[in-house]
Write a protein that binds this ligand. Structure first.
Ligand code: TXA
Ligand code: MG
Length: 329
């Protein structure tokens, strides 16, 4: 990792949007909030800036990036929409849905950003700060989650700073990100396929498609080839502390990641308790997931015990991230 002097943190206003655009235009790296998680942005058309981005994250170069756009018209200059993709974009953009589509012939996105694939992931975020930067910049911005590769995604500017201070130029601090898990990724390259469950629930997508989404091929834990969604390696979302999933009770000294009511006995046994949603709401659980994982990871417990979270709605994405965080520990 190359130190890039100091990382500045600024509040979002007109001047800071202009500053973010200036830094991006000079090939720099700018973290900014989206409705899902903080993204680490670089000019998608500038191969050197994209290379810097991979370096700052410590990201394997085979893992391609999502190009972010301010509107559908901009996306149409990058990729080709089939009928399903057009219907999904019309229904859910701006919003937490990424579409993987065939690259357009004149697509200006740097080859490195797509890791040699002939497809490109595109997304139109639903966040005023992200939108203002994208519109003012006027070119696509590639933005992976603004964490060190393999670490949990950041939902606050402080999380970004904890992972990337000194490695990036600027953070626009827009507070906590409301959705809290990354976008749902759907490939429309034939039959629509769910590559990553995320902030948009599967059933909403299936209602628009009037069809069930095909499942992605199983994620590879250790795969040197380029999997269909290469970032979906089994251990991608990992805290350092071991996770114990579907824990009905906390063992003495464990950190407890709770969902719903916690018994007084569990509260007493656990070293620390953080609740994803005391009332058992999966939307609230998604919003709290990464911040709570980070906090429990730094509590010095031997294990993080995770209470079961039901799989409906955003529960699918929450369980997916928990399973990945637990894999290989
Ligand atoms: O919510 C989000 O999507 C956030 C915010 C910042 O927009 N971004 C994000 O990016 O989660 P990242 O890079 O952390 O995850 C993108 C995922 C990776 O798993 C990557 O492998 C996959 O998208 N991906 C990117 N391009 C792809 C492609 N052409 N085909 C298949 N998968 C692709
Ligand atoms: Mg990520």
């Amino acid at each position: 990792m190359t130190a890039r002097s100091t990382t500045r943190v600024i509040e979002p206003d007109t001047a800071s949007i202009a500053e973010a655009v200036r830094v991006l235009a000079s090939g720099g790296l700018v973290a900014f909030p989206t409705e899902t998680v903080y993204g680490l942005g670089a000019d998608a058309t500038d191969g050197t800036a994209v290379a810097r981005l991979y370096e700052a994250k410590g990201r394997p170069a085979f893992n391609p990036l999502i190009a972010h756009v301010p509107d559908v018209k901009s996306a149409q200059t990058l990729v080709t929409f089939d009928h399903a993709a057009a219907a999904l974009a019309a229904a859910f953009w701006p919003g937490p849905l990424t579409l993987v589509l065939p690259k357009a012939a004149a697509c200006p996105v740097a080859e490195l950003a797509t890791a040699g694939l002939d497809t490109l992931a595109v997304r139109m975020p639903n966040h005023p700060v992200a939108h203002a930067i994208l519109e003012a910049f006027g070119k696509p911005i590639v933005a992976p989650s603004a964490n060190r590769s393999g670490h949990v995604s950041p939902t606050t500017a402080a999380h970004v700073l904890a992972d990337l201070a000194g490695c990036i130029d600027l953070i626009v601090d827009g507070g906590s990100t409301p959705v809290g898990v990354e976008s749902t990724i759907v490939a429309c390259l034939g039959k629509p396929m769910l590559l990553r469950p995320g902030g948009l629930p599967r059933d909403a997508i299936e209602r628009v498609l009037k069809n069930t989404l095909h499942a992605a091929p199983p994620a590879a834990a250790d795969n040197e080839a380029v999997p269909l969604s290469p970032g979906m390696l089994a251990t991608h979302y990992a805290p350092r502390t071991r996770l114990r999933l579907n824990a009905e009770h906390a063992e003495p000294g464990e950190a407890l990641l709770a969902f719903g009511p916690v018994s007084p006995a569990d509260a007493a046994r656990a070293k620390i308790v953080l609740n994803l949603s005391p009332l058992g709401n999966p939307v609230e659980a998604a919003a709290n997931l990464f911040a709570h994982l980070r906090a429990l990871d730094s509590a010095g417990a031997s294990t993080i015990a995770v209470m079961p979270v039901p799989g409906g709605g955003l529960g699918e994405a929450v369980n997916d991230r928990l399973a990945r965080a637990a894999a290989g520990r």
